[in-house]
Design a protein around this ligand. Structure first.
Ligand code: 6MZ
Length: 346
């Protein structure tokens, strides 16, 4: 097996992918065509290159939150959202993903309610499972910019739809501009969801805010996203780092996202290495494969090259990721798939 096909064929588990950040240029083109064909006004005059934040782009993490409006204008009807979900799931499968937890923020638009948004995603995932070999699940996102009343409304809907579709909805997460809102104000909604059985993942330490990082760690979510500013070298404190090392909460790391938004200066200095060396479970993820023009195979490849890992160490990262999926009932299937690949490869 040549090295490129190793990354593609390695069965991979994607645990941090925002739907509207994952739209590829091909998917966006299809959505634009769909809008034109169905006579719906297309408010995106933006070019696709405005959606993409590549290496060396002058925009930073704060600016990056503007680009999601471009995707949002293309997914504002149930039909368009279905197309976006279906094509995105297919792309993850084509990239060798065997399990995907897609996350998205229920949005009210002139064409759909939040309830319709959730129902559309659930249906699209259920329908895709009829022809995909990849297993897909949904995490309901909460945007930090939302007022607390809306956050509580979304948590209540997440619980209601989790009870109806526990085969699809597995978790709740907190994301959005890390400078907006305060973690404490979201705790009641997150606790409500957790008490109902939903697993929790939090974007944590995307910017330097050790007080909030400590609050999040004490909440003991099942997983963390990014974890950029937890080590003292990167804006964390001795306390935040010691607590993470003690709790060993798995972290979804997104190498290219962090480099392209300048949260991390370059791949070499990415906090992945510190986490890896400290035995903190790390899961390689894409974050927004459309915005950052990447793929999960590419992220694994970058990781191996940057940190001089062996193929076995890289495959082990994918194997370990299976332990941290929110759908407990598929863990063994995924584990066996990975072990089978490793057995054949070695
Ligand atoms: C924090 C992010 C993010 O939910 O509309 N999102 N939140 N940090 C990031 N790092 C770059 N990337 C994406 O997908 C888009 C939404 O995901 C969150 C933001 O809230 C963004 O609006 P959905 O499918």
């Amino acid at each position: 097996m040549d090295s490129d096909s190793f990354f593609l064929e390695l069965p991979k588990v994607e645990l941090h992918a925002h739907l509207n950040g994952s739209l590829s240029p091909a998917t966006m083109l299809q959505l634009k065509r769909f809008h034109a064909d169905s006579g719906i006004e297309d408010k995106t005059n933006a070019f696709f290159d405005e959606f993409q934040i590549g290496a060396g782009d002058s925009r930073n993490l704060t600016d990056c939150f503007q680009v999601f409006n471009i995707a949002h204008s293309l997914t504002s009807t149930p039909d368009a959202l279905t197309i976006a979900t279906r094509l995105t799931l297919q792309e993850f499968q084509d990239d060798g993903c065997c399990y995907l937890e897609l996350r998205s923020t229920p949005r009210e638009t002139p064409h759909m309610t939040k309830v319709q948004y959730i129902e559309t995603l659930v249906k699209a995932i259920q329908k895709s499972s009829l022809h995909l070999t990849m297993i897909a699940r949904l995490i309901i996102s909460i945007n930090r910019k939302s007022p607390v009343a809306e956050v509580e409304e979304i948590a209540t809907l997440a619980v209601e739809y989790y009870k109806k579709h526990p085969d699809v909805i597995v978790g709740i997460e907190l994301s959005g501009d890390p400078m907006a809102g305060t973690f404490q104000s979201f705790v009641p909604a997150l606790t409500q969801a957790r008490n109902a059985g939903l697993k929790v993942t939090l974007h944590c330490g995307e910017v330097c805010n050790p007080v909030e990082v400590m609050e999040m760690l004490k909440f003991k979510p099942e997983r963390l996203g990014h974890g950029t500013c937890i080590h003292p070298k990167y804006g964390g404190t001795e306390e935040t780092w010691a607590t993470l090392c003690e709790l060993k909460i798995p972290v979804e790391v997104c190498l290219t996202s962090n480099v392209n938004t300048k949260s991390t200066p370059d791949y070499e200095s990415h906090h992945f290495k510190l986490f890896y060396d400290a035995d903190i479970p790390t899961i390689i993820c894409t974050d927004d494969k459309g915005v950052f023009s990447t793929s999960l195979s590419q992220e694994y490849q970058i990781c191996l090259k940057t940190f001089s890992l062996t193929s076995s160490q890289t495959a082990r990262l994918a194997l370990n990721a299976c332990q941290y999926v929110f759908a407990d009932n598929v863990r063994k299937t995924l584990n066996d798939k990975l072990l089978n690949f490793i057995g054949k490869y070695s």
